[in-house]
Design a protein around this ligand. Structure first.
Ligand code: UFG
Length: 348
């Protein structure tokens, strides 16, 4: 089956492309490379080549807001008699901080981009989409772990664009005479890297997220990790997140595509997390122990927009999908460190 992956050169996108190729899907990636690296997909193909397997990814460099580019892409594969049957939609901006500073950019790229994509998909009768949503849409909640029907209350523009796209998808599903198959995957905190150390997270500039920050401190690229707050109402005073290995998350996308295939029409929201909470101090401690490295830390003020605890109730995903997360925190720390050691400058 031919699948279009928007934003496929990014961190989660590249790992998902690998998982798709492993399962025999034919893939096309559209990526603007504004926030990703050309090398990531080359590396994906190389992982197969090293094992004497020939795989190919068609790549279109472009922006999903450009309707003409998308139209030409869908037309090309239709004319080849091998039309695009489904889309995994990652393309979009993802920094909370940047979204607060530049909300219009976020609404334009994330929401307008998605609308354009849906319009072209509809035109070409491609109505299966797996959308990259986020646990950030739940905002601050007292009910933990978070079920999919928990209150949706995002606290930043980035989260609000994700909610808007979920709503557009829902309206499309309900209003349309055509039959759509839609999955909103609400990611918790993906970290780690593929076990080969060939692909991983390669942030442009200083990382915003904790895991690449930790690996760069361990490697001596950055001096120390600032821990945002030590007075949160948790057992050690630091925030708790539900970390999931990026390959488990990637495999969740394939399981979702397979699940949607069982239906004529369907819309579903699924939390993809492990359902386990880890504090910042526990993460640092595990990373140090399993990799035998030292992470210098310092406490600083709470970060604006942070919430105390985010843990997934992943029961729905476990029961619907032929999927469960297989890799633990130790594996996430080992694989993430291997990637850092083999690629001190990421893909640059
Ligand atoms: N943290 C630090 N120091 C840092 C970076 C982070 O202490 O330098 C802490 C944060 O306060 C938080 C935890 O580490 O408690 C995780 O922070 P991340 O920035 O890695 O992840 P977030 O949970 O804030 O957000 C991430 C993604 C979002 C996504 C969200 C979903 O960045 O895009 O998970 O839960 F929406």
């Amino acid at each position: 089956m031919r699948v279009l992956v928007t934003g496929g050169a990014g961190f989660i996108g590249s790992h998902t492309c690998l998982a798709l190729l492993e399962k025999g899907y034919e893939i096309i990636v559209i990526d603007s490379y504004i926030n990703s690296h050309k090398r990531s997909l080359k590396r994906v193909v190389e992982i197969f080549t090293r094992n004497n397997i020939v795989k190919h990814i068609d790549i279109e460099v472009g922006d999903i807001r450009d309707e003409k580019v998308l139209d030409k892409l869908f037309l090309r594969y239709k004319d080849l008699g091998n039309p695009i049957k489904a889309v995994i939609h990652f393309a979009g901006r993802k920094s909370v901080k940047e979204s607060v500073l530049n909300p219009l950019l976020y609404w334009d790229i994330n929401v307008n981009g998605s609308i354009t994509l849906l319009r072209v998909m509809d035109k070409y009768n491609c109505r299966t989409i797996v959308f990259s949503s986020s646990a950030t849409i739940y905002g601050v909640s007292n009910c933990l772990p978070l079920k999919e029907n928990a209150k949706i209350k995002p606290i930043n523009p980035y989260g609000r664009t994700k909610v808007a796209i979920e709503q557009i998808l829902s309206d499309t599903f309900h209003s349309h005479t055509n039959k759509w198959k839609i999955a909103n995957l609400r990611y918790f905190n993906p970290i780690g890297a593929h076990s080969s150390g060939m692909i991983g997270e390669s942030p442009i500039g200083i990382p915003n997220n904790i895991f690449p920050y930790i690996t760069q401190v361990a490697a001596g690229v950055l001096d120390e990790l600032k821990i945002f707050g030590k007075d949160w109402p948790t057992s050690d005073g630091t925030c708790i997140r539900d970390y999931i290995h990026v390959m488990d998350l990637a495999e969740g996308h394939i399981a979702t595509l397979e699940y949607l295939n069982n239906f004529e029409k369907k819309i579903v929201n699924l939390n993809l997390g492990r359902g386990l909470g880890t504090s910042v101090l526990e993460l640092v401690d595990t990373f140090e122990k399993v990799n035998n490295v030292k992470i210098s830390t310092n406490f600083s003020n709470r970060r604006i927009g942070d919430c105390c605890t985010l843990i997934a109730d992943n029961c729905l995903a476990l029961s619907c999908l032929n999927w469960s997360p297989k890799r633990d925190l130790v594996k996430m720390c080992l694989d993430g460190w291997k990637w850092q050691l083999l690629n001190p400058d990421g893909y640059q």
